[in-house]
Design a protein around this ligand. Structure first.
Ligand code: 5GP
Ligand code: ZN
Length: 135
């Protein structure tokens, strides 16, 4: 546990949260500033920085739990869609530096806009990027 980490403190019971699920490896609790009704965070109890640094077996478990939480939102909250997001790094909007997955229930006419703004790109640029990523 990292004593300076907010989510370590919540996950290990030193700070309160509205828990919706907990086991030995991970915890899911309501976001204190929800972007929609039921916005939940799923995270490992063991400290790790982000999605990219998380041990594979723990990551798989966190994603399994995020799936179950999402299914539960459809069944028990009446959500009609879900956004699953994990921000990696400040530039991507990560504000708490302990890996977490946002499970955001969506409702018709909820007014949330998480859509990507399309940018123009040439076929040559797409090819170059594709070559870099294939390395
Ligand atoms: P990030 O910006 O790192 O992707 O997401 C961090 C999330 O944690 C934010 O949506 C924020 O509202 C939430 N959050 C920050 N502090 C607390 C807290 O003390 N308790 C809970 N439940 N959520 C928090
Ligand atoms: Zn932590």
């Amino acid at each position: 546990m990292d004593n300076d980490c907010l989510f370590c403190k919540i996950a290990n019971g030193y700070l309160p949260s509205h828990k919706v699920y907990e086991d030995d490896i991970c915890i899911a609790f309501l976001d204190v500033n929800p972007t929609s009704k039921g916005h939940t965070l799923v995270l490992p109890k063991k400290h790790t920085l982000n999605y990219l640094t998380c041990e594979k077996n723990i990551l798989n478990h966190v994603l399994d739990v995020a799936q179950a939480v999402g299914q539960n939102m459809i069944t028990n909250l009446g959500a009609s869609g879900i956004n699953i997001i994990s921000n990696v790094g400040k530039d991507a909007g990560q504000s708490v530096m302990h890996f977490h997955v946002h499970v955001i229930p969506r409702y018709s006419s909820d007014g949330l806009n998480l859509s990507f703004k399309p940018k123009q790109i040439t076929d040559g640029e797409l090819l170059k990027i594709c070559d870099s990523l294939k390395k």
